[in-house]
Design a protein around this ligand. Structure first.
Ligand code: ASP
Ligand code: MG
Length: 418
């Protein structure tokens, strides 16, 4: 008998009909002889709706109360799913995160899981019940309710799978696996049979929204046997594991893009030690993450220019910080640029295949698009380019790296993520 953790996202339980379908799916799983722990997200757009509601009453609500509010979404889901299972003759019990023993940091809105005490879950499983746990929530040591950050139910599921030593953790979502790129842009996107944790982590961090990055980190750390599959079909899904087998000749596994990027340039920065440390220190103090950094142009009169990227949503804040710091560090100017996109190719096979970056640059240039910035890691090359014509560039890269499949990608119900 296997122990399986099944996680269903918001759109998979978005309506009573879908809730019923999910319940039937769980019933089938159990009937096959498995013990099931189920994690669910809030129904449909509930979390967004609750955020909207709160903003109508206070534009800057206290983080503690926000967690109090948002955790109700998942609580509704677990109760309804448990009732539905009972209606189908399946014994089930629902638990909030804290009832299930999810202990987190004392941080609101983005807490990390510190420990899980799964005794209660085990007892219910031993009694033959399906155990349903509310995703995305936990409790701090002092008894405060916390949330794990948007999309955090994936993390709940993977962490639970590690804690109860599940044989398998299945993430049911609205697409039937991990694709080589966004199937809504490239119709012949290829569904991957397998992908390594590291590749998946890069893709998740690059904004491929199918899995929460922290869930992938957890899965890697605890070596959780993870599968991403559709709640709408019985297709096989994608297995995320340590040593994913690469298809012959495939160097690039996936292409991701991120429109939430802006470029900032600092002009005429003095060439004395400590300047950059102060610049990036000030930005990080304000919670602004800096991604790609390049020194542009030669050192001239003891001055250099630097460019770097930040999230577009952080741009205003970043520019404010830098203009203030200019009074102290006396660089000559701060410039910024929007309308950009970061496009990345990811693949474990890159390490041993020279020329991958060169091929990427060539393909992009054939689309008459110039590359503004580049960054690389062992398994990734990212280029910052102008946003148009994004689709053409992605398609060209997809074809150029041999990723096109003969089949049309399946795209399920409405999108699970923002
Ligand atoms: N309901 C939360 C959200 O929408 C958590 C999740 O869906 O994983 O972000
Ligand atoms: Mg959700």
């Amino acid at each position: 008998m296997a122990l399986v953790v099944m996680k269903f996202g918001g759109s998979s339980v978005g309506t009573p009909e879908r809730m019923l379908r999910v319940a039937n799916r769980i019933k089938e799983k159990q009937a096959e002889g498995n013990s099931c722990v189920v994690v669910v997200s809030a129904m449909g757009d509930t979390t967004d709706d609750l955020i909207d509601l709160s903003k109508q009453l206070n534009s800057n609500p206290p983080a503690r109360e926000m967690d109090m509010l948002l955790t109700t979404g998942e609580q509704v889901s677990v109760a309804l799913l448990s009732m539905t299972l009972h209606g189908l003759g399946v014994d089930a019990v629902s638990y909030t995160g804290w009832q299930a023993g999810m202990l987190t940091e004392p941080v609101h809105g983005k807490a990390r899981i510190m420990d899980i005490k799964p005794e209660r879950i085990h007892a219910s499983l031993d009694a033959g019940k399906v155990v349903i746990v509310a995703g995305f929530q936990g409790m701090s040591e002092s008894g405060e309710i916390t949330t794990l950050g948007r999309g955090g139910s994936d993390t709940t599921a993977v962490a639970l799978a590690a804690a109860v030593k599940a044989d398998l953790c299945e993430i049911y979502t609205d697409v039937d696996g991990i694709y080589s790129t966004d199937p809504r842009i490239v119709k012949v996107a290829r569904k991957l049979k397998e992908i390594s944790y590291d590749e998946m982590l890069e893709l998740a961090n690059l904004g491929a929204a199918v899995l929460h990055p922290r869930a992938v980190e957890y899965a890697k750390h605890y070596n959780v046997n993870l599968v991403v599959r559709s709640s709408f079909t019985y297709n096989e899904g994608t297995s995320v594991k340590e040593d994913a087998v690469m298809e012959q000749g495939v160097v690039v596994s996936g292409i991701a893009y991120d429109k939430n990027v802006a470029r900032i340039s600092l002009l005429g920065v003095q060439d004395v030690p400590g300047q950059l440390a102060q610049v990036f220190g000030a930005l990080s103090n304000e919670g602004v993450n800096v991604d790609i950094i390049v020194q542009s142009g030669a050192l001239l009169n003891g001055e250099a220019n630097f460019s770097f990227t930040v999230a577009l949503s952080d741009l205003d804040k970043a520019v404010q910080v830098l203009e203030k710091l200019q009074e102290k560090l006396h660089y000559r100017g701060v410039e910024s640029e929007q309308g950009l996109v970061k496009i990345s190719i990811v693949g474990a096979g890159m390490v041993s295949n020279p020329g991958v970056a060169a091929r990427m640059f060539q393909i992009i240039s054939e689309q008459n698009v110039s590359i503004k910035m580049v960054s690389t890691s062992e398994i990734k090359v990212s280029c910052v380019i102008e946003r148009e014509p994004l689709q053409d560039v992605i398609r060209a890269l997809h074809t150029g790296f041999g990723l096109d499949s003969d089949e049309q990608a399946f795209v399920g119900g409405p999108s699970e993520r923002r």
